[in-house]
Design a protein around this ligand. Structure first.
Ligand SMILES: [Zn+2]
Length: 321
């Protein structure tokens, strides 16, 4: 993949392109930034430019074709297994890197979530960084670089990757064929991570959110029985109750925005419900509901029973003016 297809990371990509042009690629990099913002894509683009020999890479030579399926004999990908990178994997890597490259000018290792190396693995990896075998290139990716040994950090050239701007996440989701309103809502919740945007859509979060909103906003004090059964169902598990609270916080924030003439920031797909609710409630009523939802979130954090928390929340929502 050519560098130019990487969106929203002009600074990091610019540094990499310039070092390629000047033939001054470092022997170790740390790409730091939230997951799903393009670190792996940038790492693979760098490898492609090095292995293909031309920049932008041709995309059709044997090296480019092998890299496209991540099957190149000189590319080693290391990632955590069950949340840990263990020393055995580092030893295997050291052995691999000590051999001559098979086809490419150098061997490359990309370590995903490098901060997941345990102590022993990190110490062993440090040796590889101190005395890189051959002219191998090491690229570490991390969303929490502070968890890496300072001695590892100091031996890498660090490149910062920013969370993707909202509009770019929207564009990338649209390019994958996601309908506009869903793309806007998922992007607003994704916090600059394309991976999170896709996960939100795949996990059916938007549909669940619609259900939560529909089942809770119309409740009145007369619906006591319905209110308790809804609380029982949605508050069955703490995690689920937390999701309800999160959904309702963002919903009432959007209702407030709408009430004051702005466009909803997150609930683009629920525009009709947001607008209707904004028309029915006073500013004070919306504030009271927001406070009730935020209070419920705090109760859950304090470990109060999720069913009881939601029951109290729904009563407050139903009773508000
Ligand atoms: Zn090529």
């Amino acid at each position: 993949m050519p560098f130019d297809l990487i969106r929203g990371q002009e600074h990091a990509v610019g540094v990499l392109k310039r070092s390629l042009e000047a033939n001054r690629v470092a022997h170790a990099y740390l790409f730091q930034g939230i997951s799903g913002c393009g670190k792996m894509m940038a790492a693979l683009s760098l490898v492609e430019a090095l292995f293909c020999g031309v920049n932008p890479p041709c995309g059709s030579c044997p090296a480019c074709r092998k890299l496209a399926t991540r099957q190149h004999p000189d590319l080693h990908l290391l990632e955590p297994e069950k949340g840990i990178i263990k020393i055995d994997r580092i030893r295997e890597l050291q052995k691999e890197l000590s051999l001559r490259p098979v086809e490419a000018p150098k061997k490359v290792c990309i370590v995903s979530q490098a901060d997941q190396m345990n102590q022993a693995a990190a110490n062993a990896f440090l040796k590889t960084l101190e005395e890189p075998p051959g002219n191998a290139l090491l690229i570490l990716l991390s969303d929490t670089p502070t968890a890496l040994l300072p001695t590892i950090l100091s031996r890498c050239q660090r490149l910062r990757f920013n969370p993707l701007p909202l509009e770019i996440v929207v564009e990338l989701l649209l390019a994958q064929g996601i309908p506009t309103e869903q793309a806007r809502s998922a992007a607003a919740l994704a916090g600059g991570s394309m991976a999170k945007g896709i996960a939100i859509l795949q996990e059916g979060f938007l549909a669940r959110r619609k259900e939560i909103v529909e089942q809770t906003i119309g409740l009145t004090p007369r619906d006591f029985a319905l209110l308790t059964t809804t609380a029982e169902r949605l508050g069955h598990e703490r995690e689920q109750a937390q999701e309800v609270v999160e959904v309702l916080t963002l919903f009432y924030r959007d209702v407030m925005l709408c009430r004051h003439g702005s466009t909803p920031a997150v609930n683009a797909d629920l525009m009709v419900i947001v607008a209707r609710t904004a028309g029915l409630l006073s500013t004070r009523g919306i504030m009271e509901r927001l406070e009730a939802v935020i209070g419920a979130g705090q109760s859950l954090l304090r470990n109060i029973n999720p069913r009881l928390t939601l029951e109290a929340l729904f009563m407050a929502l139903a009773a508000g003016k």
